[in-house]
Ligand binder design. Structure first.
Ligand SMILES: Cc1cc2nc3c(=O)[nH]c(=O)nc-3n(C[C@H](O)[C@H](O)[C@H](O)COP(=O)(O)O)c2cc1C
Length: 210
C-alpha cells in the first residue's frame, strides 16, 4: 500500500483489544521515530516504551482514564529535554563528529552561533522548542505504525507532571510531551472506526504562490 493509503487507513483508535504488537513491528516503529529529523540534529527527546501492566494502570487515571492506555499493547511516552545546555549540545555534536570520524572542533563555529541563539532564551522556551521536536518523531512513528497495520492513538490528554513523576523523568532532565498508544482496534466497540475521515478541504488548506 502507498503511504497515502496507510494514512487513510489509520485513525485515532478509541477502543483497543489488548492484542500484543510483535517485537519486529514495534522495532520498526521505534526506528522510524529515531530517524526523524530535528533542529540542528540534537534529537532533544527520548522514548519510553511501556508494556508493564501495573505502570499502565497507574498512568490511566492521569490520562483522562482513556481506555487505550491499558488496552494498548505498548505505550510510547515521548519525553523532551527540560532545558538546552551547552553540555547537552556538545555531547550530541561530539558524538556526531566521532561517528563521522571528524574532529570535535569541526562544529565549533556552528555551536557558538547556536548557543548564542539559545542562551538568552528562558528554560521554558528551551523546553517548548525541545517539545516541538518530539512531535516530528511522534508523527513519523504514527505513519510507520500505519504502514505496519498497527493501530496508534496519539494522546496529549494526560497530565504531564504526573507522568513525569511516575517515570521519574525529572532525574533525567526530561518532561513528557506525548503518548502514542500502540495496539489493535476493537472494531465492534469503537465509535470512530467507520466514521468518515474529515480534513480541511485541499483548496482551503493549501495556498499556492507561483
Ligand atoms: C497531538 C495530538 C493529541 C491527541 N490527543 C488525543 C487524546 O488524548 N485522546 C484521543 O483519543 N485522541 C487524541 N488525538 C487524536 C485526534 O483527535 C485525531 O487525530 C484527530 O481528530 C484526527 O482524527 P484521525 O486521527 O482519526 O484521523 C490527538 C491527536 C494529536 C495529533
Amino acid at each position: 500500500m502507498s503511504l497515502l493509503e496507510d494514512l487513510k487507513w489509520r485513525y485515532a483508535t478509541k477502543k483497543m483489544n489488548g492484542a500484543i504488537v510483535p517485537q519486529e513491528k514495534l522495532d520498526y516503529i521505534l526506528e522510524a521515530a529515531r530517524l526523524a529529523p530535528s533542529s540542528s540534529g540534537l534529537q532533544p527527546y527520548k522514548i519510553f516504551v511501556i508494556s508493564n501492566e501495573e505502570l499502565k494502570k497507574k498512568i490511566q487515571p492521569v490520562a483522562w482514564n482513556q481506555s487505550q492506555i491499558v488496552d494498548a499493547s505498548h505505550l510510547l511516552v515521548f519525553a523532551a529535554w527540560d532545558d538546552y545546555t551547552l553540555d547537552r549540545i556538545e555531547d550530541v555534536f561530539n558524538y556526531t563528529m566521532d561517528e563521522r570520524g571528524l574532529p570535535h572542533s569541526t562544529m565549533d563555529e556552528y555551536k557558538k552561533t547556536l548557543w548564542s541563539l539559545y542562551e538568552p532564551l528562558s528554560t521554558e522556551s528551551h523546553a517548548h522548542h525541545a517539545a516541538k521536536q518530539s512531535y516530528i518523531s511522534f508523527a513519523l512513528a504514527i505513519a510507520a505504525a500505519a504502514e505496519q497495520k498497527v493501530d496508534a492513538t496519539p494522546i496529549e490528554g494526560f497530565v504531564p507532571p504526573k507522568v513525569d513523576e511516575l517515570l521519574e523523568l525529572d532525574k533525567q532532565g526530561l518532561k513528557s510531551t506525548l503518548i502514542l498508544a500502540l495496539g489493535y482496534r476493537e472494531e465492534e466497540n469503537d465509535w470512530l472506526v467507520n466514521m468518515k475521515k474529515v480534513r480541511t478541504p485541499k483548496e482551503e488548506f493549501i495556498t499556492e504562490i507561483k
